[in-house]
Ligand binder design. Sequence first.
Ligand code: FES
Length: 75
Amino acid sequence: MLSGQPVGKGADTGPTVCSCFGVGRNTICAAIREQGLKTAAEIAACLKAGGNCGSCVPELKKLLVDTELARLSAA
Ligand code: FES
């Protein structure tokens, strides 16, 4: 419990993107895909990521674009 490992279903949350809330890249990309998130504000509403200092917002926007491109190329 005090090992510093994420608590949860054992899923790999990926490298931390939002240090304010400890939200990882994989968690964010999964939420974008599964919940159809389109903006950084929607990510903040869903995961809190980007909702505090805002320094991760540029990375969130990049993940939105990258995830959309991956979705389009898989279609
Ligand atoms: S690092 Fe994401 S809101 Fe501060």
